[in-house]
Design a protein around this ligand. Sequence first.
Ligand SMILES: Cc1cc2nc3c(=O)[nH]c(=O)nc-3n(C[C@H](O)[C@H](O)[C@H](O)COP(=O)(O)OP(=O)(O)OC[C@H]3O[C@@H](n4cnc5c(N)ncnc54)[C@H](O)[C@@H]3O)c2cc1C
Length: 570
Amino acid sequence: MILDAETVEDGARLDCDLCIVGGGAAGIAIALQFLRSPLRIVLLESGHADFDPKTQALYAGEVADPALHAPADAYRQRRWGGTTTLWGGRCMPLDPIDFEARGWMPHSGWPIAAEELARWYPAANALCEAGAFDYSARSAVPGGMRPMIAGFEPVNFSADGIERFSTPTNFAARYGHRLAASPAVRVLLGANCTAIETNAGGSRAELLRVRTLSGRGFTVHPAQVAVALGGLETPRLLLASGIGNAHDQVGRYYMCHIAGTSGRLRLAVPGAMVHPGYERAEDGSYIRRRLHLSAEAQAREEVGNAVLRLHFPRIPDPGHGSGVLSGLYLARHLLPYEYRKRLENEGPGGAHHLLAHLRNLVTDPGSALSFATSMLFQRKLAARKFPSVIVRPPGGVYSLDFHGEQEPNPDSRITLIGSQDPLGMPRLRVDWRHTEGDLRTAQVTFRLLAEDLARWGRGWLDYDTAELTRDILRDGAYGGHHIGTARMGHSPRSSVVDAQGRVHGMQNLSLAGSAVFPTSGQANPTLTLVALALRLAARIEREALAPLAVSLSAETTLPPRPAPLPAPAA
Ligand SMILES: Cc1cc2nc3c(=O)[nH]c(=O)nc-3n(C[C@H](O)[C@H](O)[C@H](O)COP(=O)(O)OP(=O)(O)OC[C@H]3O[C@@H](n4cnc5c(N)ncnc54)[C@H](O)[C@@H]3O)c2cc1C
């Protein structure tokens, strides 16, 4: 059932077995595991199906360095479905090395092994609608995928790994009807959780305070709580509630990815031997190869995980001569802020460049028109959208799109500030930092590719370290990947949740989402956070049903069920 929180009576008390806080990918993935459960589930979601500026404004906060991090209310969506209403859908699992405590990377190491998460990835892949759980170019399509660069066999990189793309699935639009039809799950939209209160000893979450934008308030009294508010809002709620922070760990280790497009790659092979774009797997999902820095190279060079993709030249620079890229640049105002920002940051602007872009369009109208048509049909109108723009650069000079891991850094953090949102919650302050190690990962990745190409003798990578650093730092934190702010670990002195996702020292409060990742790896986070959410749901269900099973085996009557939710007010 899906209800508006405005229909719950002011001052009401709702009892349930599990309260899920947040209706994004993580929260919805958990709720879907209880559709036919005997347990009673309440899902509190701040937003509604449509974007609402007043609700979104609850995300506003302060940013320490606006040049390095987007405003706190950008790159995340406070609405039913969360940021899957906006995401790009790139899916890939973490790599085995990401789970290891790496001697060269302080604070690395997960308390669970890669094999543990591997059990949940296939179901996560299915929920994300990213096709089969197969991330090898050899087996993802019958006969294998085309090579990215035929004949190039790098020593330091694997060219076999692929990324898969979700439709990209909006979890609310795709799965909302199942939740609406479930007798076990009640979704309350417009329900903002403003605080979690514990028992006197702080070992149990006793009640959740909920408020609506119209001023209505009620409480939820759950047996179990799963907080799934995303990587920025989860630490905000914990800090505002004074939970899990005995050792000043909540909000620290904030990571995004470091990313940027740089360098000039020239290949002395016919264009037909280079395949920078997508193929489709048998199930229709888009798949694409990339160059992945090998685990051996990471360990030898003592750097983080990273990937490179073949990319077209910088769009804002009309020197590329491409009508398609110039058309994209001129139409950038039509893109959502989150996708436009990179283009605008890249500069250069001005009348001179405008004219040069217009010249490109006029001299190359055919490709611009066929591109616009294919984008209309393959991206705007298609159920499974073409993931991104792919353009073969005129002149065959590619740039490289770098996406790399950030080191966990306790000084990169989320804190609360004095000002409050209209619901009385303290707003957050984002102080995202990068390290020398992060930049070194990018520099080493480019150097090793240049060496591999030189060894092959049919390609050259021209890049400059200072330019690379500028290109990486131009956009600062890679938007939308909010990682590590309530990390998983063995000890409350160095983490917030245990290996089961439970807040240290608390019996019934668990966290879902990329906040709990101890390290970021090179992979985009959503597939992994969905896999972790499924694991969390299974553990909560097991624990919640255990008393019922014991009662049944003892042939006693079932324990009393929590009181049902009150009927919606007229
Ligand atoms: C432009 C863009 C592109 C992206 N592309 C990719 C990609 O290609 N691949 C990838 O893996 N990831 C991508 N991401 C990241 C991805 O969108 C997120 O990792 C994912 O959506 C996070 O899901 P979540 O459920 O953890 O958090 P969220 O989506 O943030 O969900 C949190 C939910 O909690 C609700 N909420 C917030 N506060 C409260 C409160 N106090 N009470 C009740 N409810 C509340 C929110 O309304 C929201 O629905 C992208 C992000 C952006 C911005």
